[in-house]
Design a binder for this molecule. Sequence first.
Ligand SMILES: [Ca+2]
Ligand SMILES: [Ca+2]
Ligand SMILES: [Ca+2]
Length: 462
Amino acid sequence: MRKGLYFIGFAVLFVLISAAIQQPEAPEFVEGEVLVKFAEGISTQAVEAALAQIGAESVQIFEFIGVQHLKLTTDKSVKKAVQEFSELDNVVYAEPNYIYTTALTPNDPKFSQLWGMDNTGQTGGLAGADISALDAWEKTTGSHAVLVGVIDSGIDFTHEDLAANIYTNPGEDAWADPNDPTSGNHTDDDKNGKVDDWKGWNFINNSNNAYDDYMHGTHCAGTIGAIGNNGVGVVGVNWNVKMMPLKFLDRNGTGTTTNAIKAIEYAADMGVDILSNSWGSSGYSESLEDAISYANDRGVLFVAAAGNDGTDNDAIPFYPSSYVIANVVSVAASDHGDKRALWGSGGGDDDGCGFVCSNAVAAVPGSNYGKTSVDLAAPGKDIVSTVPGNSYASLSGTSMAAPHVAGAAALLLAANPGLTIDEMISALFNTVDPLDDFDNKTVTGGRLNVAAAVRSVSPVQL
Ligand SMILES: [Ca+2]
Ligand SMILES: [Ca+2]
Ligand SMILES: [Ca+2]
């Protein structure tokens, strides 16, 4: 048995140089229409005179707020008409007839690269081979009341596309500088044994600095909850969520069982709803299993990557994803064609794996699978997400698949906060899109469909 736990790495990597910034667009409005509130008690004749002067006729009147819906009778611009009405003495206000949209398609400039969220074939794959994020966002785009712990290499909590979705511990005083862990008050305000643990914890050096000195944890965090519709970067499965950085993987992507156990205990005690785990090894650890059971008893869903060896977890287990505990969900990786992700060549490792392999390497390395031990697939190849330094990168691995499922579970809780572990799992498993490539290779035989999962738990709207 191995003592170390190794991160699940990536086969393809390119770092994007910078993030394009896009200003939010001005609200659209109906051409040739304005809404005008005239002063109380104004005579019908005065209103008619105003309409004639500016060139408008009444469409309807909202008596309860004293507002007239007007149609312009000339080709005067809406802006000009609003200005002219506003200047009249007996007008309280005038405004365009704005058009509202549900903002289903976020304005994040890299959204079009996220085939896993919405696949139109833009990367050469199969249109519709995605988790149906757009449809899910019709129901909910997430909630800051849902807390996801990311047990990984930390998170760049200063990242412009993550910062607002990073958890802060309400029991600790805020750091004087929200980006500087040393600027706390050096007091364990909530008396949980950890001084100034305002934004998670670093279990390697036992400090309150859980900043990501690698990139892996920040990438996973972006898939779960990069800020949506902020005109910057990417978008997570959740536009709004809170994520707790739980650092136990070091700058080489390596971590120990003992530090993983500490992270799980801390997260469960701090009230995390969901844990996202993109790491593992072939080594069975009874103490790690016990720690996950402890989290299960506290209602914490434990989502884990199935591994990147291309092997059958039914035959060669991969932990923690292979633990048989009620809260453990094991996630395989699919590609943009809805096939099991294969890493192929170009990974660069001497063993041909493209990442750290935990055990026997299959002929073609790819996502692990397992008819009884791997639950469902999610996008995990060429996934664009956040990396430290306000940057973005494309990575591959079941490491990238697990956060899609952890994020989906968080969206379920946003839609229906009372869900139990069993209810979340049922919703995720019962709504997958069945795929030939995962038939008899996973418990569900399909790929995550977050829209169907969210719909299945949403309260009925009358
Ligand atoms: Ca504390
Ligand atoms: Ca403090
Ligand atoms: Ca964004």
